[in-house]
Design a protein around this ligand. Structure first.
Ligand code: SAM
Length: 427
């Protein structure tokens, strides 16, 4: 315990010194505290990781395994109080710089005072709101983030209103369908009474509220620490593609924010962003300077790839949404369009061996793997699993390998087409 405490002291001193010297705000529970831990250079990120690991380990040791697991088993009550905060939009029920009584908040959100108080007093144990004087509630840095960051609020809503019930139904779904490889036989489908009817994306798309919430949640996740597109932009040889005025097809590219970021930096590259018709039609208009090089195309990636002869077919956050049999089917749709030397570039998690990640990253990536199971019967993959996947798609692919930018949780997985030249020209 003392060894861990020494690590905690050493690493927090390093961090605090850096924050002071760089003029960054100090972390605080209070409303004036920063919504995020200040951004750090790589050397300082290590200190933060080490501090998080040592703090977690020490807390575990001091609690003891039986007590720890006993109370871990009812951590879902943290989700219950947070779900109430989300559901009744309590963070927005009074201005962030003001206070309100339980009675005033209850009236504003339409929940009885007794239940509102018990939900909020529980949320306060997680630093969400505080009771500044008896029965008077004030904001904290966390409740302020919920009030002021709509994407973060959407993330909380998606996790608790859409995902939580899916988690509860995941084991019943696996018991009923042990192969767990159909997107219509998931915990999500069971929770939504859509088993054997439709996959999650279709269900979510039918409700404007859920679709919007999902969009915001994804933006919150993918804009978060370790997922910034800047890593992808800085860690692949886009310059060669640009020099050759090459074409990139962003398959399942949503509204094309990766392509527009690349287009802004590389003036000669051309881009086709493909997604389902509804997504493509709701893409925001691009400025003139980009519109001539970034085009949108409605395309179902389970049907033959319409753009022949592109240099790169790019998949970001797509493969992990598919069980192997569907990932194989999806990638096989590319083959009749590929020119010799065409690259398939996948930007996704790539799982390492247990213990090779920081504790923080390991938890997030293993959790994402469970989330893929509960929502889609899909999975995160290791390098070996990606290699085997390409071998099954077509033996004429050469698997190049996996790179992972320092500080980023996502990897860049690459394979090259070495079969016949099917792609005559970019169309
Ligand atoms: C997790 S999002 C990833 C979006 C984007 N690539 C990114 O990096 O944020 C998955 C995307 O796949 C799209 N999608 C789902 N099924 C599809 C299909 N059959 N054909 C084409 N796109 C599809 C969804 O509309 C969504 O935009």
């Amino acid at each position: 315990m003392v060894e861990l405490a020494k690590i905690i002291t050493r690493e927090s001193e390093k961090l605090e010194k850096f924050l002071k010297e760089s003029g960054s705000p100090m972390p605080s529970f209070d409303i004036d505290g920063p919504a995020n831990f200040p951004s750090l250079p790589e050397s300082m990120k290590k200190a933060r990781e080490e501090l998080l690991r040592a703090t977690k380990d020490l807390e575990y040791l001091v609690t003891g395994p039986t007590e720890k697991v006993r109370w871990m088993a009812w951590d879902f009550n943290d989700h219950l109080s947070l779900r109430a905060v989300y559901h009744y939009q309590i963070a927005k029920s009074f201005p962030v710089n003001e206070t309100a009584t339980f009675a005033q908040i209850a009236e504003k959100v339409g929940l009885d005072e007794v239940n509102l108080r018990r939900f909020l007093r529980h949320a306060m144990t997680n630093y969400i709101f505080k009771e500044v004087s008896p029965n008077v509630v004030g904001h904290t840095a966390a409740s302020k983030a919920l009030a002021e960051d709509p994407k973060m609020n959407d993330w909380v809503g998606f996790c608790l209103e859409d995902m939580w019930d899916s988690a509860c139904q995941t084991i019943p779904a696996i018991k009923q369908y042990p192969a767990a490889n159909e997107p219509t036989q998931t915990g999500f489908c069971k929770a939504n009474q859509t088993t054997d009817v439709e996959p999650m994306f279709v269900t979510m798309g039918k409700s404007p509220l859920r679709a919007k919430r999902f969009g915001g949640a994804m933006a919150s996740l993918t804009g978060g620490e370790g997922y910034e597109p800047a890593y992808l932009l800085a860690n692949y040889d886009w310059a060669s593609l640009d020099a050759a005025s090459g074409t990139l097809v962003d398959v399942g590219g949503s509204h094309g924010f990766i392509c527009t970021a690349l287009a802004a930096q590389y003036p000669n590259m051309k881009f086709v962003v493909q997604d389902l018709p509804k997504t493509v039609s709701s893409a925001p208009a691009l400025p003139e300077s980009l519109a001539c090089r970034v085009t949108y195309q409605a395309h179902d990636f389970f049907t033959p790839q319409p753009v022949k002869g592109a240099d790169i077919y790019f998949f970001r956050w797509i493969l992990h949404n598919q069980a192997d049999k569907y990932a194989i089917k999806m990638l096989q749709q590319l083959v009749p369009a590929l020119k010799k030397g065409a690259k398939v570039v996948i930007n996704d998690h790539c799982l390492r061996e247990p213990g090779e990640e920081s504790a923080w990253d390991e938890k997030i990536m293993r959790t994402m793997d469970l989330v893929m199971l509960m929502l889609l019967n899909a999975q995160e993959r290791t390098e070996e699993e990606f290699r085997e996947l390409f071998a099954k798609v077509d033996a004429r692919f050469r698997f190049v390998g996996v790179t992972r930018p320092e500080g980023c949780r996502m990897s860049i997985v690459e394979a090259v087409w070495e079969g016949e030249d099917y792609g005559d020209e970019v169309n």
